[in-house]
Design a protein around this ligand. Structure first.
Ligand code: ATP
Ligand code: MG
Length: 453
C-alpha cells in the first residue's frame, strides 16, 4: 500500500508540473506573438514623437490579452502605457534593459498582491536598429487555478484508487492466505495430541502441495504415535506374562506343605526358565534401543562372509540337530564385504533361528551365499510352516508373531526379525521374504558390496 501511495504521489506531482509547464509555455508564446506585433506596429512611431499613437496601440492590444503593455523608446522613456501610469517617465525594469540590448525574455514573478505574473519583453527594431522595447505583463493566476483544479481531481482519483486497491488487496490476500488457517487449525490440533487432523485445500497451487506433504507428515506421525503406544503395550504385556508366571509358581510353593524336594526343584526350574525369558526379552529390547541410537557407531571391517557364515552355521547346528533338521551351507564364491561382523552375525542368526524354529522335525534348512549385481546375498531357505501372504508385511514389526499360541510354545518374543531388519538397514541393505504356507519360506539378506560409509 505504501508503495502504491508513494508512486501515485510521484505521478501526481509529475503530471501537474507537466501540465503547468505546457500551459505556461503556451501562454508565453501567445504573449510573445502579441509583443512582437506591438513592436512591429509601434516601431515607426518610436523614431518620431507620436506618443498618442503608441499609447492607443498599447491600449488596444492590452484589452485583447487582458494584460498591461508598456512601450519605451531607445532611452528607456515610457512612450506608451496601457494604464497611462508611467507615460514620460524613465523605466528601468530588468526585462526592458534586456530588450533594449536586443534580447527577448519571458519570466514569471510571484507577487504577494497580484499572484503569478508573466513578464515578456521584446525589442522594437527599425532598419536594423533597436528603437525601443515592449514589455507585456499578464496575470497567469488562471493557469495556476486551472492546474490546482486538475491537481485536486488527480488527488481525488488517487484517493479513490487507493481505497479500491486496498479493498481488492484485502479480499485477494484474504483469499490467498485463507488456506493457512486450516494449517494453523491442524497444527493446533496436533499440539493437543490429535493426529487425525487433515488439511483440506482445493486449490491447485503451492498450498495444495504443501497440504499434501503436511497430511503425509501427520499420517506418519499418527503411525509413529500408534507404533509407540503399541510398543509400550506390547512390552508391558510381554514383561507381565513371565512375571505373573513367576508370581504364580512362587505363591503355590509358599502355600505348599510338601516335604518333597523334587516338587520344589520342578517349580524352581520353571521359575528360573521364566526369569531367563524375562531376561531375554529385556536383552532384545535393549539391543533394539541401542540399534536405534547407535547409527554412527557401526564398526565396519572388511570381512570374508564365507568364514562368518561357516562360524554361524556351526554354532546353530546343535539347535538344528535337536529337531533332526538338516542344516546345510552352500557357497560357490568368496565374498568379502565391509560389515560390522558382530551385528550382521546377530541378524543372520535370528533368521536361521526362525528357520529352525518354524520347521518341523526332520525338515531342511539351507543357507546359501552368493553375489547378485551390487548385493551380497545370504539366502536362508526352509521347508517349514511358511507365512500367510497377508502377514508377510507385518513379520518385521516389533513383537509381531503370526501364530501367537504356537510362538508361545516355541518361546519367541517377536523381536528377532525387527532386530535383523534394523541391523541390515544400518548396512544399507534389505531383507526380502518369499513364503508359501506349509511349503516353507526363503529369507534373502541383501547387503551392498560397496557400502557408502
Ligand atoms: N522361517 C519362518 N517360517 C515361518 N514363520 C516365520 C519364519 N520366520 C519368522 N516367522 C514368523 O514371523 C514372526 C516374527 O519373527 P521374529 O523372529 O521377529 O519373532 P519370533 O521368532 O517369534 O521371536 P524372537 O524374538 O525370539 O525371534 C514369527 O513369530 C513367525 O510367526
Ligand atoms: Mg525369531
Amino acid at each position: 500500500m505504501l508503495l502504491v501511495i508513494v508512486s501515485l504521489l510521484i505521478i501526481n506531482v509529475f503530471i501537474s508540473r507537466l501540465i503547468l509547464n505546457i500551459y505556461v509555455e503556451q501562454r508565453k508564446s501567445n504573449v510573445l506573438i502579441r509583443a512582437n506585433i506591438v513592436a512591429n506596429e509601434t516601431k515607426n512611431y518610436l523614431t518620431t514623437n507620436a506618443m498618442s499613437n503608441i499609447n492607443s496601440i498599447a491600449e488596444e492590444y492590452s484589452k485583447e490579452i487582458s494584460g498591461r503593455i508598456i512601450v519605451v523608446d531607445r532611452t528607456g522613456v515610457v512612450r506608451g502605457d496601457s494604464n497611462k501610469e508611467y507615460l514620460g517617465s524613465t523605466f528601468r525594469h530588468t526585462e526592458i534593459q534586456y530588450a533594449l540590448k536586443g534580447q527577448t525574455s519571458a519570466n514569471i514573478y510571484n507577487f504577494k498582491d497580484y499572484g503569478h505574473v508573466l513578464y515578456v519583453s521584446v525589442p522594437a527594431i527599425f532598419h536594423n536598429r533597436i528603437v525601443g522595447a515592449i514589455l507585456i505583463s499578464v496575470s497567469i493566476n488562471d493557469i495556476y487555478r486551472e492546474v490546482s483544479h486538475i491537481n485536486q481531481n488527480l488527488y481525488l482519483i488517487s484517493a479513490v484508487s487507493i481505497v479500491l486497491i486496498a479493498f481488492i488487496s484485502f479480499i485477494f490476500l484474504d483469499f490467498t492466505f485463507r488456506p493457512l488457517e486450516s494449517f494453523t487449525k491442524a497444527i493446533d490440533g496436533m499440539t493437543k495430541g490429535d493426529f487425525k487432523q487433515k488439511v483440506e485445500i482445493n486449490t491447485n497451487d503451492e498450498f495444495k502441495n504443501m497440504a499434501d506433504a503436511f497430511n503425509a507428515m501427520i499420517m506418519k506421525l499418527d503411525q509413529v504415535d500408534k507404533q509407540r503406544n503399541d510398543f509400550v503395550a506390547n512390552v508391558s504385556h510381554e514383561l507381565r506374562t513371565p512375571i505373573s508366571s513367576i508370581k504364580l509358581l512362587s505363591d503355590s510353593l509358599l502355600h505348599q506343605n510338601e516335604d518333597n524336594i523334587s516338587i520344589y526343584r520342578e517349580f524352581m526350574e520353571d521359575i528360573s526358565a521364566e526369569a531367563d525369558r524375562l531376561n531375554n526379552i529385556i536383552y532384545e529390547l535393549l539391543a533394539l534401543v541401542d540399534l536405534d541410537k547407535e547409527k554412527l557407531h557401526i564398526n565396519y571391517k572388511t570381512t570374508y562372509m564365507n568364514f562368518l557364515l561357516e562360524k554361524i552355521v556351526n554354532r546353530m547346528r546343535p539347535l538344528a540337530e535337536k529337531k533332526n533338521i538338516k542344516l546345510t551351507l552352500e557357497q560357490d564364491e568368496r565374498i568379502q564385504i565391509k560389515v560390522d561382523s558382530e551385528k550382521i552375525q546377530q541378524a543372520i542368526i535370528n533368521i536361521i533361528d526362525n528357520a529352525i524354529k518354524y520347521t518341523s522335525e526332520y525338515g531342511k534348512v539351507q543357507v546359501k551365499l552368493y553375489s547378485q549385481s551390487k548385493w551380497c546375498v545370504i539366502e536362508v531357505k526352509d521347508n517349514g510352516i511358511g507365512i500367510p501372504e497377508n502377514r508377510l508385511s507385518q513379520i518385521f514389526d516389533r513383537f509381531y508373531r503370526v501364530d501367537k499360541a504356537r510362538s508361545r510354545k516355541t518361546g519367541g518374543t517377536g523381536l528377532g526379525l525387527s532386530i535383523s531388519q534394523q541391523i541390515v538397514s544400518l548396512h544399507q541393505g534389505i531383507i526380502e521374504v518369499e513364503s508359501v504356507v506349509d511349503k516353507g519360506s526363503i529369507f534373502y539378506i541383501k547387503i551392498p558390496n560397496d557400502i557408502n560409509l
